[in-house]
Design a protein around this ligand. Sequence first.
Ligand code: PHE
Length: 447
Amino acid sequence: MSDRETWATRPGFVLAAIGSAVGLGNLWQFPFKTATNGGAAFVVFYLVAVALVGFPAMLAEFVLGRRTHVNAVDAFSRLGHRKWRAVGGLAVLTGFWILSYYNVVGGWVLRYILGSARGAYFSDPAGYFGSVSAGLDAVVAQAVFLALVVGIVALGIEDGIEKATKVMVPSIVVLMVALAAWVATLPGAAAGYDFFLSPDPGAMVANAGTIIPFAVGQAFFTLSLGMAIMVTYSSYVGGDDNLVADGGAIVVTNTLVGILAGLVVFPILLTIGAEVTTGTGGAGALFVATAAGFGTVPFGRLFGVVFFGVVLIAALSSAISLLETAVAYANDNYDVPRHYLAPAIGVALFLLGLPSALDTAWLTWFDSFAYQVFLPLSVLATAVFVGWVLGRDAVAELREGTGGLGAGGEVWLWTVRVVVVAAIVLTLALGINEMFLVEDAGFFQPF
Ligand code: PHE
């Protein structure tokens, strides 16, 4: 990067990282993955994965970024390991893949802002979701969302986004708490909490093989790991930041937002009698549930516009962080100005996102592939590099700014070396097994 900057303030880094982390991963994916993977059992595996795999892996990305102060690909050559640049390339590719269908969901959010203003979904929330989530409508909405993302990145007006982020996270929390308090009064609330929060140990054991890959993938997705984002962001961090404390704050905030989303979505879904584990409880969970809620409360239209407006900002700030990473890398290496790069990458993203916009079955397939293959592979490669190649150097870097970690540094190193690596190998094995071998999840038959 030619114009190397550092974050002006320490909260600047933490807030930007939270802005990237808090997004559709928390508000849309988390309830959706919970619904389709067995409810509370999934939540338990997910929380364990965040703590034991996601958090240490995030610190590994931070170490890489802050040690080298360069983009996620060149970081490896800066450390004298040119061959490992492929790992950075894989991360950029993973982000690109994910962004292709993320834009489609961003388009749904745009549609729901308009739909709220008109009260369009009030009479039939599930039917409305079906009609806007795929087909020409979805293609147009995807293009508009993508144009917003490209426009912001091309103009480089990230300042605006930084400011929006500062308002966004608190507003999401306030709105979600208000919604959660209101849905607690619904008749289906108890059943919703039960589905979301009381795991059945028998089911957990029986379904561990299918749940684990999604729980680990969800931890990576929601923490923005394996997509070159956290390496890039931490490359702007000065030496005296406490990476462990920063990472902890990011992980905790991000997890709380996801939990809040679940506390809102499930009581509504069970109240309206939606098929939680499939159909509207799947990709439509957030949209159908909240829309049904807004259809019944006073000032529902206003509530809907504000709510989906906040979701839009959360989605934008995540999408921007991802496109920015790709543009920054290309900009550094090929000397093409960003106002050409951003639209060019945007067109490629649009094309790759087309199948997902035309049919939600494709979206689900792209998403599964990201969860079960791209994200675990990308984080695994980074963990192997940081844990086994950098080793004690990585611990030394992590220690900077912490005022001494004690034995914590060693514990982290061995967690990255063994726990993270083993968990991902297991995830990959289980995920690939399911994609290729399980008959009804045939690899080339998303339908
Ligand atoms: N953590 C982000 C989210 O939860 C993941 C993401 C970041 C996805 C950037 C796309 C782009 O939404």
